[in-house]
Design a protein. Structure first.
Length: 154
């Protein structure tokens, strides 16, 4: 297998784009508001799928990506701490969305959950990109799988 230099910062931006797209799909499923068991099943699929994708992304960052950053840039420890705090907040919000989706929550309730997640997620992504993209683009780690660092959408 040939090794390649990966622009990890650009990979991070791409994963963020995919997660924004996944949120938009989940939101569309909620807004379509179809009735019946098939619609409820699809809604659960989109919401739970989005939750799993975002959680997987954050677990990869917490377990691998942030350690890679801190090896080269220990001065970014406060930034990493802020990002981990955001992950914790998003975990809570995602858990609430997942519970609402699995229990058949009403459309307005699900949209409120998605609105809250979107607001925190967008602020988090912009901060993370501002602070880490250039640092990550300078990292050469051919030994690390993108999914290990950035989650299932890498």
């Amino acid at each position: 297998m040939s090794q390649r230099v990966v622009a990890w910062g650009q990979e991070l931006r791409e994963v963020h784009r995919r997660l924004r797209d996944a949120l938009a799909v989940a939101r569309s499923a909620v807004e379509d508001g179809a009735e019946g068991p098939t619609a409820a099943s699809e809604l659960r699929l989109y919401c739970v799928g989005f939750c799993a994708a975002l959680t997987g992304h954050h677990r990869g960052e917490d377990a691998t990506l942030f350690d890679v950053v801190l090896v080269d840039r220990p001065d970014l420890a406060p930034v990493v701490a802020d990002l981990k705090r955001d992950h914790s907040m998003l975990d809570h919000l995602l858990g609430e969305l997942e519970r609402a989706a699995l229990s058949g929550g009403a459309q307005d309730e699900l949209l409120r959950h998605l609105d809250g997640i979107e607001a925190v997620m967008e602020t988090h992504f912009l901060y993370e990109e501002k602070k880490l993209v250039d640092v990550l683009d300078g990292v050469v780690r051919p030994d690390v799988d993108g999914r290990e660092m950035l989650g299932p959408l890498a």
